[in-house]
Design a protein. Structure first.
Lengths: 749, 180
């Protein structure tokens, strides 16, 4: 039979399989071997959406073979929508898991081969049954265990029903994420093993029970993130077992502990193999794991039966992520291999713990890391002091060359030390994926999130701080940017909008872009709105770019209707301020009708800044160079005093408030006459202020250090740094100084 | 801080052990050696404006920025000029995150490390408010002298609140009008 012919046959027999499946399912129910978990009742709309999708999927399945690539693509989109809709409506995990798993089968496929078609023939009726069970609040039918439940692609070229060697690592899985998963799994499994052994002696130890339960729960979550559905399922089962013990409904018997250890061993085996393959050994090899057997044992322990002790293997152990042998004969007659039937107790004894010794990553206390960075910074300063001393004395060529080498090494060392604090921005971007999905559901829009460059490394502190502003901007893009599907269609665009998150390194900056292909901003409307709100005088002339900048003004909101998602008037001004606090900038670009792009520039590290050294009296202070606009010596008449507003300085026709730094800090100044002093214009956001200092000393890159708890509540200094002469220099908090109210500045003066 | 005795009781919460003793305003004080990290000579101090008078500023200890507190000022003793025996004791005090943080104090001169037994410890007499007794854990009597034992954690913990509430900060030059 040709492949084409087979597919046609499958399409024709589709209905027949469903009937067969129903009968088998009915028998299973009568036999009482269905899962007893009672899921929560879903809403009617959730069910009808899922039903509709499932129906479309059924149609696509019937036609997929004849339409080829196009059919598979549509099918995959439908499956993705189904998985999303299910997870949004808190469907039972098995239901969502199967939807996700089915999406995985299609990865890398251009057409439905007979193997996948056979999977779907089992999958579709199960989904229908499960959906109707869910809608009635009934227990879900047992999972068709013959189905592979993790995404992976087999080679579509062969028609053989023979088991194919498949990789332990899901195809398309991120190696680095997988490594993290393995590293954490090793820790969790160690906790589990130790905890369980402790429980053996003291089965009622509530703390240990909770620890082991949590460890399984975390493992399950991690497995879900990695789409390792099979592992997730087993973890789920073990978790329920522990939950029962935790609630006291089923004390941990010897048998239960054996099962838990067996489960942990399965995970250990998987993790060890995954780690090995990640390191390039036998990549692509599949290993048999007795997961159905362990699941069956867990179930039997839960239901109070004695754990089945090594019955003859009725079905081959499933491999991860594919079963070693899909229990589907070529003709496609559904064979329901229930979990109970497949129970080989071929549980290996505890495998030698795969030590975390092979390369990878290690976790280091951040305090140690900061200590190292401190010392390296110190070394750089000491090195520059040596160099300067040597140059002043005059040294021979050989020594000068050695000094040059030392300088190179210390610079490299510093760069390396600073990268230790950098982590990929991936985690932050992943949160946005979830956010966009939720928002799309709430707003009734179709939104696709495209993420690019999520491996870009950013300072840990930046990662912690950038989440909120990013979330706000993504929310804005979804709420105000992307139009409703109908409006998009009317504008000749695809009904699904796209939000793109991009990160990259560029010229000493981390650049993050948030782009949407929505309606864009109308400069004219922004201008009108700003005038309406009294943000700018009515006669202001603005070019388009300046008009776009208005959305960063405080109290500006473009939403026609204030929604509960965004548009509360606290918006982009807060975003800009947060980004500026990280010493970054944000820019906007928008084409009416085509979309809006925000570009955030952030410094690579928060540990080092370019500082401008200024002197007041006998003390030197550091101003972050990024906040300094200009500096000049005032001429007579430049400095004036306005009653109630303090001193002002004339900067090319613009009057800026002037703060005498010496007076503000209660210090003696070396220069009494402003005409002999220097005005440094500092900027924070759109606010500027002149700072009067004695002299400018120079520029220097400095390593920022916190002032510590003793100075909590101090509002003039942002930190401290070691200066070239070994003294501590204080870094002025320009934002606080600029935003100091004129009256406060006056009383302080 | 849990080792600080309530001021109303005349008991001592000080534990027997090794104490670093030092001179301050003609008296002898001691602090547990377990809290002493090192003793350093005078080094350049960067004053931090708008802080209570007893906080001299910050120093650079091999790349770390460490607060420096004048114990004379902290205890309300008359100020004295630094001399060649004046030194800084770098201690470790409890940090808000549960760890330890470095904290340096200026003292007149270091004496010795004394081993104090339970028999040496005596209940804290009433100081009549002369010295803030929340910083004192007890007294010890040896053959030749009386040692006041201080609790460096309480001293450090009192700074954060001082920075916010102490009006003696010195930046409020009332009546000093801006020039016109």
């Amino acid at each position: 039979m040709t492949r084409r012919g087979k597919n046609d046959a499958l399409a024709r027999f589709f209905l027949f399989f469903r009937v067969c499946r129903r009968v088998v399912e009915l028998q299973a129910r009568i036999a009482g071997s269905v899962s007893s978990s009672c899921p929560a009742m879903p809403t009617d709309s959730a069910i009808s959406v899922a039903r509709g999708l499932l129906q479309k999927i059924g149609l696509e399945l019937a036609f997929a073979s004849s339409t080829g690539v196009e059919g598979v693509t549509t099918l995959r989109q439908l499956l993705e929508s189904l998985a999303e809709s299910l997870s949004q409506n808190a469907a039972p995990p098995e239901l969502g898991g199967m939807a996700t798993a089915a999406t995985g089968w299609l990865t890398g496929q251009t057409a439905l081969n007979s193997e996948i078609a056979a999977h779907f023939n089992l999958w579709h009726p199960w989904m229908e049954d499960a959906l109707s069970a869910w809608s009635h609040g009934l227990p879900l039918p047992a999972l068709p265990t013959a189905l592979p439940t993790a995404p992976a692609a087999s080679s579509p070229a062969t028609d053989s029903a023979e088991p194919q060697p498949v990789t332990v690592l899901p195809e398309g899985a991120d190696d680095e994420l997988m490594r993290l998963f393995c590293a954490e799994a090793e820790d969790l499994l160690r906790d589990i093993e130790q905890g369980v052994l402790k429980l053996e002696d003291a089965p009622d130890d509530a703390d240990t029970l909770a620890t082991v339960f949590r460890a399984f729960h975390t493992f399950k979550g991690n497995a879900a993130v990695m789409k390792l559905v099979v592992l997730q399922r087993l973890a789920h089962e073990l978790e329920s077992l522990l939950d029962a013990a935790r609630r006291g409904t089923r004390p941990l018997t010897r048998g239960a502990i054996d099962v838990i250890l067996a489960g942990a061993d399965v995970f250990s085996k998987y993790v060890a193999e995954a780690a090995r393959q990640l390191d390039g050994h036998d990549a692509g090899r599949s290993i048999p794991l007795p997961i159905p057997a362990v699941v069956a044992r867990v179930r039997s322990v839960l239901s109070g039966e004695a754990a089945p002790v090594a019955p003859a293997p009725a079905a081959p152990p499933s491999a991860v992520p594919f079963p070693a042998k899909p229990a589907v004969p070529p003709a496609g007659v559904p064979v329901v291999a229930t979990a109970a039937a497949a129970a080989p107790a071929a549980v290996a004894p505890a495998p030698a713990r795969a030590a975390a010794a092979h390369g990878g990553s290690i976790r280091v206390d951040t305090q140690k890391l900061d200590g190292l960075v401190d010392l390296v910074g110190e070394l750089v300063i000491a090195q520059s002091m040596v160099s300067r001393g040597a140059e002043a004395r005059g040294v021979d060529e050989h020594f000068a060359r050695s000094l040059g080498q030392l300088r190179g090494i210390t610079a490299d060392l510093q760069r390396t030390a600073l990268t230790l604090r950098m982590i990929p921005i991936r985690g932050t971007f992943q949160k946005m994926t979830r956010l966009v999905r939720d928002l799309a559901g709430q707003l009734g829009k179709e939104i696709r999130l495209v993420v690019d460059g999520d491996e870009t490394e950013v300072d840990r502190t930046v990662i912690e701080e950038i989440g909120d502003p990013l979330m706000h901007m993504v929310r804005n893009a979804a709420d105000h940017g992307i139009e409703l599907p109908a409006a998009r269609a009317a504008a000749g665009k695809s009904p699904a909008g796209t939000i793109t998150l991009r990160a990259r390194h560029e010229g000493g900056f981390v650049v993050i872009e948030i782009a949407d292909d929505g309606g864009g901003l109308d400069p004219a409307r922004l201008r009108v709105k700003a005038i309406e709100r009294g943000l700018i005088p009515a006669d202001t002339i603005l070019d388009d770019h300046d008009a776009l900048e208005l959305i960063f003004a405080a109290g500006f909101s473009t939403a026609e209707s204030v929604s509960d998602l965004s548009g509360r008037g606290v918006g982009m001004d807060v975003v800009r301020r947060n980004i500026e606090r990280l010493r970054g900038t944000v820019e906007i670009d928008s084409q009416l009708g085509a979309g809006t792009t925000f570009t955030i520039f952030l410094p690579l590290t928060l540990a080092i800044i370019e500082g401008l050294l200024v002197a007041v009296g006998d003390q030197q202070f550091i101003l972050p160079a990024v906040n300094v606009r200009e500096s000049f010596r005032p001429r007579p008449g430049d400095v004036t005093t306005v009653q109630g507003r303090g001193e002002l300085v004339d900067v090319r026709g613009q009057l800026l408030p002037l703060l005498r730094l010496g007076r503000h800090l209660g210090m003696e100044t070396a220069v009494a006459d402003p005409m002999q002093a220097i005005v440094v214009v500092v900027e924070a956001g759109h606010d500027r202020r002149g700072l009067l200092v004695d002299t400018l000393v120079g520029r220097q890159e400095v390593v920022i250090k916190g002032l510590g708890e003793t100075f909590t509540g101090h509002d003039s200094f942002a930190g401290a740094a070691i200066l070239g002469d070994g003294r501590v220099g204080l870094i002025l908090d320009t934002t606080a100084l600029v935003r100091l109210s004129p009256t406060r500045a006056e009383t302080a003066a | 801080m849990t080792t600080t005795a309530p001021s109303s009781t005349a008991t001592t919460s000080a534990q027997p052990g090794k104490y670093l003793t030092f001179d301050l305003g003609g008296e002898i004080y001691g602090m547990s050696v377990l809290r002493v990290r090192e003793i350093i000579r005078l080094c350049p101090v960067t004053p931090v404006a708008n802080m209570p008078r007893h906080i001299r500023g910050v120093i650079n200890l091999r790349g770390r920025v460490i607060p420096l507190v004048d114990l004379r000022a902290r205890f309300g003793l008359p100020a004295a000029l630094d001399h060649d025996r004046t030194c800084f004791i770098v201690t470790e005090v409890a940090a808000a995150n549960g760890g330890l943080r470095p904290y340096a104090v200026v003292i007149d001169s270091v004496r010795e490390v004394a081993c104090l037994t339970a028999a040496d410890l005596v209940p804290t007499p009433d100081f009549g408010g002369a010295i803030d007794d929340r910083f004192i854990t007890g007294m010890a009597r040896t053959e030749s002298s009386v040692i006041t034992l201080i609790d460096i954690d309480s001293i450090a913990a009192a700074d954060a609140t001082a920075a916010i509430h102490d009006p003696a900060a010195g930046d409020q030059h009332a009546g000093d009008q801006p020039t016109s």
